[in-house]
Ligand binder design. Structure first.
Ligand code: SF4
Length: 341
């Protein structure tokens, strides 16, 4: 049976038409689920009893379960149990402009980035769209906040689960649903070029972030398996096309790894690679974990790297270090929770 939280409004409209009902009922159901936060079909008071009975036979409304929560001043990290007893994680970061959630898109990840704690568990399966929607709803319910920004940067490669990710975005962006603005939604990919091309023609103004982490193929080959399939040149061509068609700025994520990708030569090479592009670079201080041997670049090195990019007219920021106390930072999901499972 399908979970009702996994249907776009259009799919729900088609469903109502298929059972001989008016399609505006989809809007009413969306309002119950996402605005009044009511999941009990019997409480949908403006919908006829026989239609409610039909909904109950055709859909479930099961939610994912919160198994554990850790928090620090600016961060909440959640471990969820799915219906098939798989586990996923999500993180909420409190910013001065709102609350941002980092959503997982798969159970595990097959991309095998060398520095990534989250990808140590191989992919078990893709998440269904309702399992992504429910990460937002459960956290909003638990800490009584409104999530204002969504980044698909948790466990998993979103473009390895493209159709479900697009459905998820369509559901949360719907004005009758959670109504998250498309400019507040970011999809982050390690560089699945065919899907970047497909995403170029997606009709919503969603942000694209690229996990680049190296200025050349030699270093990127060592850090990211995806680079063996799609070289930097091919990746850059697809991103340039994306920018040309969408007129949108792309973010490049760059984790600073001591002695690997943080030299002055790397900064110059990165500047040359990105020269003239409508983009900005997010330098991310690496969060050392107990399992992976990479070291964090020093603050001095990060600032020197930053200065070189700046001097070369590349827009660049250094990411504030969120949640490192609760292993909620980039690439650290599953670093601690799994020991207790
Ligand atoms: S960085 Fe992202 S794509 Fe790479 S292994 Fe980790 S979760 Fe997967």
């Amino acid at each position: 049976m399908l979970n009702i939280y996994g249907l776009t409004r259009k799919q729900l409209e088609d469903y109502f038409e298929s059972i001989g009902e008016k399609k505006f009922k989809a809007q009413q159901v969306f309002e119950w689920l996402y605005q009044k936060k009511e999941s009990d079909f019997d409480k949908f008071s403006n919908i006829k009893k026989d239609v409610i009975e039909k909904l109950k036979t055709d859909f479930t409304n099961n939610k994912i379960k919160i198994i554990r929560k850790q928090s620090s001043t600016d961060t909440y990290k959640y471990l969820f149990e799915l219906e098939d007893k798989n586990y996923i994680e999500a993180v909420v970061m409190v910013h001065n402009y709102g609350n941002s959630i980092c959503v997982s898109s798969q159970v595990g990840c097959n991309m095998g980035c060398a520095f990534c704690e989250s990808g140590r568990l191989k992919k078990v399966r893709n998440l269904e769209s309702h399992e992504m929607v429910l990460q937002i709803l459960k956290i909003e319910e638990d800490i009584n906040v409104r999530i204002s920004h969504v980044v698909l940067m948790g466990i998993g490669e979103p473009f390895d689960n493209y159709d479900n990710v697009i459905s998820f975005i369509n559901i949360i962006n719907d004005n009758n649903g959670i109504a998250l603005g498309s400019r507040h939604i970011t999809v982050s990919t390690c560089g699945v070029v065919p899907k970047i091309k497909e995403f170029t023609n997606y009709d919503k103004q969603v942000n694209l972030a690229i996990s680049l982490h190296a200025p050349n193929n030699e270093i990127r080959d060592k850090l990211m398996n995806i680079n063996k399939a799609y070289k930097i040149e091919e990746l850059m061509d697809s991103i340039k096309d994306y920018i040309k068609v969408t007129n949108r700025r792309v973010t490049f994520e760059y984790i600073m790894l001591q002695g690997i990708n943080d030299t002055k030569d790397c900064a110059i090479e990165l500047s040359n690679l990105l020269k003239g592009m409508n983009c900005y670079v997010n330098l991310i201080p690496y969060n050392e974990t107990s399992h992976i041997e990479f070291k964090k670049s020093s603050q001095k090195t990060i600032l020197e790297f930053y200065d070189i990019l700046k001097k070369n007219n590349i827009n660049v920021t250094i990411r504030r270090e969120f949640g490192s106390k609760v292993s909620a930072a980039c690439g650290q999901l599953r670093a601690n929770f799994e020991e207790g499972l």
